[in-house]
Design a protein around this ligand. Sequence first.
Ligand code: AQP
Length: 330
Amino acid sequence: MKSLCLSGVQPTNFLHVGNYIGALKQWVEIQHRFPCYFCIVDLHAITVAQDPKQLRENVLNTAATYLAVGIDPKRSHVFIQSEVHEHAELGWILGTITRIAELERMTQFKDKAKRRADNVGVGLFTYPALMAADILLYDTTVVPVGEDQMQHVELTRTIARRFNTTFGDTFVIPQALIQKQGARIMGLDDPSVKMSKSATSTMNYIALTDDDDTIRKKIMRAVTDSGKDIVYDPDKKPAVTNLLTIFHHMTGRTIKDLENEFEGKGYGDLKKALADAVIAHVGPIRDKIAEYRKDPKELMRVLDAGRDAAQELATTKMKIVRERVGLGRA
Ligand code: AQP
């Protein structure tokens, strides 16, 4: 079986270091091993209310971010989900074989629905069926994601098996690929919740577009734990563990090495050094994002080519799916 990697991000805001560490950083490595399709999942983004003008801006910012972190358009295909209509069509078909009880178990749905109790659309509930379509449309074998998306990839596998059993072998069963450390970067203002683009406070995340002063301010104000020791301990020291994890990913230094360096030092020392490390790593990414946004020609060229490449695979797959399900005319 041919390997193929697919992943995506919702264009709901500027991407943050959690998206980068949990997903994008892996993509950059993976593109040297597999053919890759990286989409900007705008159909997913509208499962919560978006300002239409801002959404289109966010789509281009997200595309610019993919390229700025090192996605090479000569190797990988970057495209916008809604421009390949087969995603929505397959999402609908897979929704018909997805059980309500399965969707009710999804923790992301429960979390997001709780935050918007008076305004939960059906799309937020059926989000995992659309995500299954994104993945299965391309015979994806590998899906690099953060830990929060693991449950959705598991459900994708269940849906694919169910479809294959009902209609005949059609879909490849994909595997999630997840980091050992940093699969879930937590909020700087609250280490009990994940860092999130749509957090109510901007102090929750470091955006890849934040300027140096903002990065420093957010890190210096980050919540810490009781006690003084700078040690990696997710249960007793969730805030410090989160800062060490970000430090590790920004520098490539091991956690042990960082613990040794900060032994006997204070949280202020850790935060100062972390701010320097994040600024050194994120600064060049931020500058490249700005360059791509200033001259959108290259961005448009990449998105057109990515759409055409994705469309070719999607067209072939959907022809088979329609036949198997019995849709339309022969
Ligand atoms: N905090 C995180 N730590 C590690 N990985 C993360 N990812 C998201 N947050 C973290 C991973 O980033 C990829 C893109 O995520 P998404 O935009 O599709 O949706 P999300 O998981 O819901 O991310 P956000 O930032 O919380 O977005 P909003 O606020 O819009 O819902 C995924 O691979 C995800 O695992």
